[in-house]
Ligand binder design. Structure first.
Ligand SMILES: Cc1ncc(COP(=O)(O)O)c(C=O)c1O
Length: 374
C-alpha cells in the first residue's frame, strides 16, 4: 500500500484520554460510545446493524415511538405539544418556522442576542415577511441580554423567535420571554441541560449534535394548535402538519441519529434527568469562569448575569498567545478549544457529556498556562 500524507489519524487520537470542547458535533458520554460499539454489528438481537434496518419495519417504528416517549418524559412535554424528528438541522428550521407559521405580509419578531438569532431573522426575511426586532444587542457586541420586561412585541406578530443559549457569543437566558404571541425557541445548544417550560412555547427546535447525540436530526416540539397553517409551497419534509400526520416517517429519517438520541435520553435519565444536568452544568461552568476571572490574563466579555453555562468564550490580554495556548492545550488532550471565527480567542463548550474531570483538567491547564506566560 502506498504511503499517503494523511494517515487518517490525528496525533491526539492516539492519546488514552482526551476531552472534546467542541460546540458541536460535541462530545458523547463514554457509556453511549460503548453502547454504540456493542450494538453496531447487531441491534437488539436482530442480527442487523440498526442503520441497515428499514424505517418501515416494526423495530424502527417502535424505536421512534419510544424515543418520543422518552423525550416527553425528559422535558415534561405536555400532551398539547407534538414531537417531530426531522432533518435539515437547526438552520432548516430557520426556514421551516416561517413557512409553517406565516403567510406573506405577516409580521414576525426576533430577539437578537447573537449569531444564530441574526441568521434566523435573515432567513425569515426571505419569505416576504415584515421582520421586527424588539431587541438587538449588536451595539454591545452580543455580550448582554435585553431586560425581558417591557419588550415592545407587536401582538400582531405571527411569533416571537429567541435563542435561549447563543452558542457563539455564550449568552444564555435563564427564563423565556413572556409574550402573548407564539414563542419560538432555538434551543439547539440548551436543550436537555435544564428544565424548560415547554407549555409556554409554540415551537422549540434543537439539532441533535450537541446534547442529543450525533449530527443528523432535529427535534421539533410544536403546540398542536399551530399545526395546519403551513404555506402551500412548504416542502413536505419541512411541513410540520404532514410530518406530524406521518409520525415523522414521511421519508427516510436519520435512523442512526435517532438511535443515538435514544441512548442519550437513557443516559440522562440514569443520571437524574434535566434537573441533575442543570446542577452539574452550573458547577462545571462556575469552575471555568472562576479560573478566567481570577486575573486580567484571561477575559470573558459577557455580562455576568447573561453568561452561558454551555459555551464559554474567552480571550487573552495578549492575543498573540492564542496559537500557543491552543497548541499546548491540544498536546495536553484538551481538544477543539478554538473560538468561533467571528469572535476569535477560545471557547469551551460544556454540554452534558463533558465530565467534571474534563473541566478540572481544563481549569488546571488554564491556570498553568497563565503561570508560565503571565
Ligand atoms: C443555537 C444554534 N442554532 C442553530 C444552529 C445551526 O444548526 P445546524 O448546523 O444544525 O443547522 C446552531 C449550530 O451550532 C446553533 O448553535
Amino acid at each position: 500500500m502506498s504511503k499517503t500524507r494523511w494517515s487518517g489519524r490525528s496525533p491526539w487520537q492516539n492519546r488514552s484520554v482526551t476531552y472534546n470542547f467542541s460546540s458541536g458535533p460535541a462530545t458523547l458520554p463514554d457509556a453511549v460510545i460503548a453502547a454504540i460499539r456493542n450494538d453496531l454489528p447487531s441491534w437488539r438481537g436482530t442480527g442487523q446493524p440498526l442503520m441497515t434496518l428499514s424505517h418501515r419495519g416494526a423495530d424502527f417504528i417502535e424505536l421512534m415511538a419510544v424515543v418520543k416517549a422518552k423525550l416527553r418524559q425528559a422535558l415534561a412535554i405536555p400532551d398539547s405539544h407534538d414531537i417531530l424528528i426531522l432533518q435539515g438541522g437547526g438552520m432548516g428550521q430557520f426556514a421551516a418556522v416561517p413557512l409553517n407559521l406565516t403567510h406573506p405580509g405577516d409580521k414576525v419578531s426576533f430577539l437578537l442576542t447573537g449569531n444564530w438569532g441574526v441568521q434566523a431573522a435573515k432567513e425569515a426575511g426571505n419569505y416576504q415577511l415584515c421582520v421586527d426586532r424588539p431587541a438587538d444587542q449588536q451595539s454591545g457586541n452580543y455580550t448582554t441580554l435585553p431586560p425581558l420586561e417591557n419588550l415592545a412585541i407587536d401582538p400582531a406578530s405571527a411569533y416571537l423567535h429567541y435563542v435561549p443559549n447563543e452558542t457563539i457569543q455564550g449568552v444564555e437566558f435563564s427564563t423565556p420571554p413572556v409574550t402573548v404571541v407564539p414563542l419560538v425557541a432555538d434551543a439547539s445548544s440548551q436543550i436537555l441541560s435544564r428544565p424548560m417550560d415547554v407549555g409556554a412555547h409554540g415551537v422549540i427546535f434543537a439539532g441533535t449534535q450537541k446534547n442529543l447525540g450525533v449530527a443528523g436530526a432535529v427535534v421539533v416540539i410544536i403546540d398542536r394548535a399551530l399545526l395546519g397553517r403551513a404555506r402551500l409551497e412548504t416542502p413536505s419534509i419541512l411541513d410540520y402538519t404532514k410530518m406530524s400526520q406521518a409520525d415523522s416517517l414521511l421519508n427516510t429519517p436519520t435512523t442512526f441519529a435517532v438511535y443515538v438520541l435514544d441512548l442519550m435520553l437513557d443516559w440522562v435519565a440514569r443520571l437524574g434527568g434535566v434537573e441533575a444536568m442543570a446542577v452539574e452544568s452550573r458547577a462545571k461552568a462556575d469552575l471555568v469562569y472562576a479560573a478566567i476571572d481570577a486575573s486580567d490574563f484571561y477575559r470573558n466579555p459577557v455580562e455576568q448575569s447573561a453568561r452561558s453555562t454551555k459555551n464559554i468564550p474567552f480571550t487573552m490580554a495578549d492575543p498573540s498567545l492564542d496559537r500557543q495556548f491552543l497548541a499546548e492545550a491540544e498536546a495536553a488532550g484538551l481538544m477543539f478549544l478554538e473560538g468561533h471565527r467571528s469572535v476569535g480567542g477560545m471557547r469551551a463548550s460544556l454540554y452534558n457529556a463533558m465530565p467534571q474531570v474534563g473541566v478540572v483538567t481544563l481549569v488546571d491547564f488554564i491556570k498553568d498556562f497563565e503561570r508560565r506566560n503571565g
